[in-house]
Ligand binder design. Structure first.
Ligand SMILES: Nc1ncnc2c1ncn2[C@@H]1O[C@H](COP(=O)(O)OP(=O)(O)OP(=O)(O)O)[C@@H](O)[C@H]1O
Length: 306
């Protein structure tokens, strides 16, 4: 079992500190979502992990070794970075064949990854004719070619259509279930929530959170119940009379914090109010993320004032 270890990692480009003393571990058997706004340092961290850049200080290792010290890197770490491109005149199969030959990967893997990424039927087409989504799939096929224990994907959902997005969810979950170590960066919060068991969040080069996804959401977003009655005003009065913290929405429904759905249902029923809708609103990763980002902005502002 191979983990990714990032220890006190710092990378400066001139006066910009892209990564600032970051420490975290990415463990096998689960999908770790790598989040943060533009410029937070995600790509830089991945580049440092892949030996494409050298850290200013600290270390980024795979299975305890820097990438440059791995004996067969493609067979240990598979990666998809944004900038990666295959030669447009080559067919998908030839692209994978060249990669397999130069990394001593058995050629049977070519058909396996073509099938796994849904590219088997277009394997003989030139990459230049591929859509963005097909190129993404080919990039993922190349990352999986060496059957690596560790998989790093930078924004893999970019350019995929809705069917592709559902496919990638299943792929990521499958890779984790096979016991691999999977790190996936993304901007898409709700998408990340659909596949990531664990989150590592960066902001301005610093580590803001390293936490299971469920715990992160539960700690930051209070669950609410959404309720709608034929008589919205009477519903508002009832909620106020019973001391509920409720918010009216222009669409006509109310959201009520810190209440059980069954208790609220009973209250409306006892009051004889017709219920048109009663649903539990789970906290979303997006809401939790913005809560963190808001606190972080306040924190940064206060730090500047001092
Ligand atoms: N080669 C470079 N030279 C100078 N500055 C760089 C270089 N690469 C990254 N940076 C800077 O480092 C910071 C972190 O960038 P990085 O691309 O790692 O962020 P990111 O979290 O991946 O953002 P995005 O989501 O936009 O890809 C940014 O301020 C960026 O401008």
């Amino acid at each position: 079992m191979t983990s990714i270890e990032v220890r006190d990692l710092t990378k400066e480009y001139g006066t910009t500190r892209a990564v600032d003393h970051v420490t975290f571990t990415v463990r096998p058997g689960r999908v770790t979502g790598f989040l943060g706004p533009n410029g937070a340092g995600k790509t830089t961290t991945m580049r440092l992990l892949l030996g494409l850049d050298r850290p200013t200080s600290g270390a980024a290792t795979v299975g305890g070794r820097p990438y440059s010290a791995l004996r067969r890197p493609l067979r240990q770490v598979g990666a998809l970075l944004d900038a990666e491109a295959a030669h447009p005149a080559r067919t998908a199969r030839d692209h994978l064949r060249v990669l397999a030959a130069s990394n001593r990967v058995p050629s049977r893997r070519i058909d396996e990854v073509l099938a796994r990424t849904g590219l088997a039927s277009v394997a003989r087409r030139r990459v230049g004719t591929f859509s963005l989504g097909m190129r993404r799939r080919l990039g993922i096929a190349a990352a999986l070619l060496g059957d690596p224990q560790v998989v790093l994907l930078d924004e893999p959902s970019n350019g995929l259509d809705p069917e592709g997005i559902v496919w990638i969810r299943g792929l990521l979950r499958g890779l984790a279930e096979e016991g691999r170590t999977v790190l996936v960066s993304s901007h898409l919060m709700n998408e990340t929530a659909s596949f990531a068991d664990h989150l590592v969040i960066l902001g301005r080069g610093r580590l803001l959170a390293d936490t299971p996804t469920r715990e992160f959401i539960d700690a930051r977003v209070r669950p609410r119940v959404r309720v709608r009655s034929a008589d919205a005003a009477a519903l508002g009065d009832l909620l106020a009379r019973h001391g509920h913290q409720a918010e009216a929405h222009p669409e006509g429904h109310w959201t009520v914090a810190d209440v059980r759905m069954a208790d609220l249902g009973r209250l409306l029923s006892d009051a004889g109010l017709p219920v048109l809708e009663l649903t539990a609103e789970e906290g979303t990763l997006e809401a939790a993320y913005f809560d963190l980002a808001g606190n972080e902005a306040e924190f940064a502002a206060r730090r500047q004032e001092v």
